[in-house]
Design a protein around this ligand. Structure first.
Ligand SMILES: CC(C)(COP(=O)(O)OP(=O)(O)OC[C@H]1O[C@@H](n2cnc3c(N)ncnc32)[C@H](O)[C@@H]1OP(=O)(O)O)[C@@H](O)C(=O)NCCC(=O)NCCS
Length: 190
């Protein structure tokens, strides 16, 4: 008897999507590092959340561009969590990888770690985020992306979790769209 929920039945992508060969997660995994200075602080003296979000978007954008082999734009950013304050003098590492790929979009998972710039203590996790990027062509129209090939057990878990988030994002968008259409129709009846 176990109280663990069974893993969702989610198929991993094949080695190709049409004529696009797949790429392993490791091929585009990226780390962006930055030492925080006084220019990065908010009125409380700790680092501004927007500074961290910019680094997160930059790192995720680099991963999306590398994986898709061209330009990619941020479609959404969700579940940005700030777990600990970041201080001036912290060396921040933003680690990003492709968690999941669809037809033209990719979910990029990001972990934010911080350590004192001049100490050798191990870094602590201070934040995390999930972003969806869409690969675009020269006209800004979505273009197909290679399927990501999750290699390790951790990559496979992240792929399955990303698929669950994708299902929820689509369901939420659809429900809100339907509600707005219903309310618009009702207000026209008045
Ligand atoms: C993102 C963008 C290219 C989507 O274009 P679109 O004409 O709506 O195209 P689609 O509906 O086919 O969406 C393309 C893909 O993105 C996904 N997507 C679009 N909007 C999304 C959202 N808000 N959240 C999650 N995924 C989204 C779609 O599910 C689709 O993925 P799939 O092909 O893997 O199934 C377009 O909305 C855009 O250019 N947005 C501005 C991006 C930008 O400027 N970012 C920087 C902000 S400063």
């Amino acid at each position: 008897m176990t109280d663990q929920a069974p893993a969702p039945d989610i198929a991993f992508p094949g080695e190709t999507m049409g004529d696009l060969p797949g790429k392993p997660t490791a091929a585009s995994r990226t780390t962006l590092s930055h030492i925080m200075s006084h220019n990065d602080t908010n009125l409380l003296g700790t680092v501004h959340g927007g500074v961290i979000m910019k680094l997160v978007d930059d790192a995720a954008g680099a991963v999306a561009g590398r994986h898709s082999g061209g330009p990619a734009v941020t479609a959404s950013m969700d579940e940005m969590a700030f777990l600990e304050p970041v201080r001036v003098g912290d060396l921040v590492h933003v680690k990003a990888q492709v968690n999941w790929t669809g037809r033209t979009s990719m979910e990029i998972g990001v972990r934010v770690l911080a350590e004192r710039w001049n100490e050798s203590a191990p870094p602590t996790q201070v934040g995390s985020a999930y972003l969806v990027f869409a690969a675009v062509d020269a006209d800004g129209k979505p273009r197909r992306v290679p399927p990501v090939i999750p290699e390790t057990e951790r990559d496979k878990r992240r792929y399955q979790e990303a698929q669950i988030r994708r299902t929820h994002r689509l369901a939420r968008r659809r429900a809100i769209k339907e509600l707005r259409e219903r309310r618009t129709a009702e207000s026209q009846e008045d």
